[in-house]
Design a binder for this molecule. Sequence first.
Ligand code: ADP
Length: 340
Amino acid sequence: MNLFPEGFASTLLRVLPAGVVLLSDDKIVLAVNDQLRSLVPMHPSPVGRGLEEVMPAPAVCEALSQSVEPGETREINISVGRFELQARVVNLGPGKGLLGVFTDVTEARSVEKARSNFAVSVSHELRTPLTSILGYTDTLLGDEESLSSETVEMLEAIRRNGNRLGSLFSDLLHLFRLESRKGDLPLQHLSVQELAGEVLEEWRGIATERRIDLLMDSPSEIRGWVNPEAFRHILSNLVSNALKYTESEGWVRVRVRAEADATLVEVEDNGRGIEPVYHQRIFERFFRADAGRARSSGGSGLGLSIVKHLCRASQAGLTVHSTPGHGSTFSVRFPLPAAD
Ligand code: ADP
């Protein structure tokens, strides 16, 4: 039974905003729409002729010659002349031929590229004068004895805020790069408890200064599949937050465990905790559960959004459990590859 009214297929081909070609199993063109004619060079009457004869652009022939299993769809990005195209190729099943759908993504790609170039330039342009401000501040503070205590205080405030701006610029740049990056990060099989121990030691001084017990809870030698740079950044951010939002005399514990199908890394604190309504929102850019207090503690409000992106790119799961007034636990689960 034909579910569609007569003329449905030809109307669909005409109104679709994408270029479409239907090929037989032996690569004879059965149908093609005008949108595809405007995107790729083509013979004036292609129907009934062989693919390579009517569409001479090698990238198009290659896209349509990929081996695709029946029922499967393959996606490939190609450049044809001035166009950037996303080609989707569907195998309709034995004897039913192949469908090629070409979408023009030229504009989207150039907007994406311009956005990322803009972010890099802005961050660079802002950083140069900031380096100079901080340099002069340090020079003035180098001669502290000749300055009044008010002047020293003001210069120290300039330095503190300048450093905050600096870390805001690098966080913004990091986030832009992560957002425009495609695909997953390369993973290595490493000793996770060793990496975690190294990160912990980097925070030891600040923990001691803030009189917070920084503890490690891990059985010896736990290995996992991680990207070491992303792992350090994720853990460092979570430990930094735990120290920031925990009062003096409190504790922060990093726990590493081997599970059946994952390596679990948790950062637990007995700090002020997070209201349940904010548990998802804290991963949004610039969201702070307690804006005034978080800002005064020096955070950019971007840390957890970067953590979220890095976890996603490492194929890791990220969750938070927290009880206001009792503390928070951030858990990151790095999956192990499935056994053959
Ligand atoms: P910030 O730079 O403000 O710390 P983040 O993105 O790292 O930005 O965190 C977002 C918000 O999540 C923080 O402002 C804070 O309200 C909350 N938060 C994050 N970690 C903790 C924690 N361990 N304990 C309590 N609140 C936290």
